[in-house]
Design a protein around this ligand. Structure first.
Ligand SMILES: C[S@@+](CC[C@H](N)C(=O)[O-])C[C@H]1O[C@@H](n2cnc3c(N)ncnc32)[C@H](O)[C@@H]1O
Length: 512
């Protein structure tokens, strides 16, 4: 069991457009498939009882083209799991995804690898349809669970014309190959794989029809299917928990380079230094949740020594690179979780800027971070903190997007997914926000793709604060408030009205 856990932890996942696969990777894919996929059935017209094999040239001809990608699981540079798929936007229909091949190395089965690969491909809630052809009941089950909908022949039949659009882009789906009626959904792929040992066959034979020779099930689910709601409640906690576990990943994939809010550090640091009124270069400074180090580096360029901590490895790597590019030597960046931070030194100034506090929907985690910051300061030391302005968020989000999210699934189901974290960073765009008013919690759906990692849609929750709330939280911890204001990025020197459209942050300078 432990060995499996170890193996699981070492696996890395990637998502690559197939046109970017190297010859060596294709050879590995071919080998993985040919050694692990399975056998033709004894009744197969071709190669009865023999292993199913697929050569590099088949991949090149059928899968290495526009709109095809592959999700890979890799252990020590060896591909041990692969899911080839096509995801394409069809005019007047929408985006459809079809997984054309899924295989996991036998040694690595029952570790959730296939499920992880498939979920990453199907997990986009605004796609029109998701599907695949398979003789394996487990794969149909994963489709249903990942998309929270059931495969129903009648609905598949209704959309057969739409499905055949994507079918045309796939080599083995020839004209007339889709054989669907109200009780059965199959595709004639001339692929007689031996499925005698598959568990759970009967359920799918009842629902999608007993497989005729050379056929696989055509399993598809559609966004329009209402079934999502009925299982949503029972899955709600799991969806949220999964997303929360992925928060660090989401932060890592937040591209700060091109985001407007992340460029005003010069003004921000000048304002903070003016408030603490101490320019001694001996000040000890720590930057909690330093990201790519923009404030730390600004301070370092002014001659201060700065220690930066962030739990995103990618951000810390960028921070170190930024320091070395600028030949800055008086910063130290460390990858670590603030909630577990046990610094030996005490600091004169702590920064905690741009929503590090508020990253967590529960009070416990946010308060814990604040306590750790408090403990790390000298008596008389300063904190410069910024959190997101709840008052503005509440003003700009329409009432129909507010309520109790857990009890009213429609709020989240109807919410449009965004790609904000990966693009603009404008997490105040009201189109993409649902508010749980009781707790001042903000829900967003964020999609990530095309950055080499597995694609994903996460439900991101953040806690935004009213001035009163954050001030009370700081005072309760023992801080004295030196300065408080509503601000916009890059203009901390300019105090704004609470509901000014630009006042996205609340800035507080506090003293221990
Ligand atoms: C919106 S970014 C702001 C980054 C930086 N302060 C800035 O202004 O550019 C929030 C940062 O907090 C980090 N973060 C959130 N929770 C954390 C935790 N528990 N431990 C360490 N870093 C954390 C994230 O990785 C992310 O880099």
């Amino acid at each position: 069991m432990e060995i499996k856990e170890d193996m699981k932890n070492n696996i890395i996942y990637k998502n690559i457009p197939t046109l970017e696969l190297t010859k060596e990777q294709l050879e590995q894919c071919s080998k993985l498939f040919s050694e692990n996929y399975g056998k033709y059935s004894e009744k197969s017209v071709i190669r009865p009882g023999e292993r199913v094999k697929m050569g590099v040239s088949y991949y090149q001809k059928n899968y290495v083209k526009d709109n095809f990608s592959v999700a890979l699981a890799i252990d020590k540079e060896e591909i041990i799991g692969q899911a080839f798929y096509i995801r394409k936007n069809y005019e007047k229909v929408g985006t459809m995804t079809w997984i054309v091949q899924l295989v996991v190395n036998k040694t690595y089965r029952k570790m959730g690898i296939a499920s992880k690969l498939l979920r990453s491909i199907w997990g986009f809630s605004d796609d029109f349809a998701w599907g695949l052809a398979t003789a394996n009941p487990c794969t149909v089950k994963t489709l249903e669970s990942a998309t929270m909908r059931k495969c129903k022949p009648a609905i598949i039949e209704k959309h057969l014309k739409d499905i055949s659009l994507i079918g045309k882009d796939i080599g083995f789906v020839k004209d007339g190959a889709l054989e669907v009626d109200k009780h059965s959904s199959q595709v004639n792929s001339h692929f007689d794989v031996d499925n005698s040992s598959f568990e759970g066959k009967e359920e799918y034979e009842n629902r999608l029809g007993k497989l005729r020779p050379g056929r696989e099930w055509l399993a598809f689910t559609f966004r329009e299917q209402g079934i999502y709601k009925s299982i949503y409640k029972s899955k709600f906690n799991r969806i949220i928990k999964f997303s929360e576990e992925q928060l660090r990943d989401a932060y890592s994939r937040m591209s700060m380079k091109n985001q407007k809010w992340a460029s005003g550090q010069k003004n921000e640091i000048d304002y903070i230094l003016s408030k603490i009124n101490n320019s001694s270069k001996n000040l000890k400074i720590i930057d909690f949740g330093c990201g790519v180090g923009r404030h730390s580096l600004e301070l370092a360029q002014k001659g201060f020594n700065v220690y930066g901590i962030d739990y995103s490895e990618d951000h810390i790597a960028s921070a170190e690179k930024n320091a070395s590019d600028k030949k800055i030597t008086n910063t130290k960046f460390v990858c670590g979780d603030i909630r577990k931070f046990k610094g030996k030194s005490k600091y004169d100034l702590a920064l905690c800027l741009y929503d590090v506090i508020g990253s967590y929907p529960d009070k416990r985690n946010n308060e814990r971070i604040l306590q750790i910051i408090y403990n790390s300061l000298e008596i008389g030391g300063f904190l410069a903190l910024s959190v997101m302005n709840y008052e503005l968020t509440d003003k700009i989000v329409p009432n129909k997007q507010k309520g109790k999210v857990k009890e009213n699934p429609d709020l989240l189901l109807k919410l449009k997914p965004a790609t904000i974290m990966q693009t603009t960073g404008d997490i105040f765009d009201p189109k993409y926000i649902v508010i749980d008013k009781d707790e001042h919690l903000i829900y967003r759906k964020e999609q990530f793709s095309n950055d080499g990692k597995l694609s994903a849609e996460y439900v991101i929750r953040d806690k935004r604060y009213t001035m009163k709330e954050i001030v009370e939280m700081l005072q309760k911890k023992g801080f004295k408030i030196v300065d408080k204001r509503y601000v916009r990025a890059g203009h901390f020197d300019e105090a704004l009205e609470p509901s000014d459209a630009h006042a996205k942050e609340i800035l507080i300078i506090a003293k221990k």
